[in-house]
Write a protein that binds this ligand. Structure first.
Ligand SMILES: [Zn+2]
Length: 318
């Protein structure tokens, strides 16, 4: 059997690929644009050629292929993605070679990596919550991501937190994502700032919040409030041992985690709030999770358990 798998994390704008050995060593990483504007068939073709090129660079057919993709996903098919536009693509359509393949939902695959290799390594049950352009969670139960009955499980970004609030792009009103995603924080500041030179990134709003800008502090506080409401519900329902924060907004570190922990603690009366942790794998989580899927497809259900934390120190995806 080959000594490596091909792992791919397919996003809306770019895809990160890697070759990962049985012991977790990342022997190669690469990145390619996702040609979303050329339609779903072009995206599938690009994934096929990317996998082929990575396998060739590794010296031949891999032991397996793991793919993290957005939308509704089963292990055997990409059922639907509003972002990329595909419907019912069998896993084998992505792979140019006769090798076993396993698909995973992008956020849940990142959550799997945090569970097996990262911030949730010794935890059984936790929420992995990347806060980026949007917000989606990976519900981790007994160490494994849980997608629910239809695959829509974990969509915590669309929990209504302010029912009389702003409309969300999803069609609902007052969703968490409308107030607390990195793009929402940037958009809400830009919309309300009077200066024409208003900052447009969440990072800039975070910096303004830290420096005491009143409007930025108000927007930031509303994001924290929205998160505390959603996380209080999650905590009461599932009693997680931790909440692992990731994505762009979590880069703000204690500016987010300190007020959020305080607010969440105050909201819960008869029980303690779970601790908040920073995700450990950063932007590599999806690709590392895909590597775990690739090794599982190849027949190694325990992939990753023995991988040294040093795997995290090997070169990250650029
Ligand atoms: Zn929504």
């Amino acid at each position: 059997m080959s000594s490596f798998v091909v792992a791919l994390d397919v996003g809306g704008t770019s895809m990160k690929g890697g070759l990962v050995t049985r012991s977790g060593e990342i022997i190669r990483t690469d990145r390619r644009a996702t040609p979303r504007d050329r339609g779903p068939a072009a995206v599938v073709a690009t994934i096929r050629s990317f996998i082929d090129d990575l396998a060739t660079a590794g010296g031949g057919a891999p032991a397996g292929v793991g793919l993290a993709v957005p939308g509704l996903v089963t292990a055997d098919a990409a059922l639907y993605s509003a972002n990329i536009g595909w419907r019912d693509v069998p896993a084998t359509d992505f792979v140019p070679l006769d090798v076993p393949v396993m698909l995973g939902h992008d956020v849940r695959t990142g959550g799997l990596a945090e569970s097996v290799l990262g911030a949730g390594r010794e935890l059984s049950d936790f929420l992995f919550l990347p806060i980026g352009t949007g917000i989606a969670g990976a519900v981790i139960l007994h160490g494994e991501p849980y997608g629910g009955n239809t695959g829509w499980g974990g969509e915590i970004g669309h929990i209504p937190v302010f029912p009389e609030g702003e409309p969300c792009a999803c069609g609902q009103i007052g969703c968490l994502e409308t107030y607390a995603s990195a793009s929402a924080v940037a958009r809400r500041y830009s919309t309300r700032a009077t200066s024409s030179a208003a900052p447009v990134t969440a990072e800039q709003v975070a910096a303004l919040t830290a420096s005491g800008d009143p409007l930025a502090m108000e927007i930031w506080d509303e994001a924290v409030e929205a998160l505390s409401l959603a996380l209080a519900s999650y905590t009461l329902l599932l009693d997680p041992s931790a909440i692992v924060l990731g994505g762009g907004l979590a880069e703000a570190g204690s500016l987010l985690s300190v007020p959020l922990a305080e607010r969440l603690g105050k909201r819960l009366a008869f029980r303690d709030a779970p601790p908040l942790r920073q995700a450990a794998l950063g932007m590599s989580a999806g690709m590392l999770g895909a590597a775990l899927l690739g090794w599982r497809a190849a027949g190694f259900a325990d992939a990753g358990i023995t991988w040294s934390p040093d795997v995290l120190k090997t070169p990250r995806v650029a």
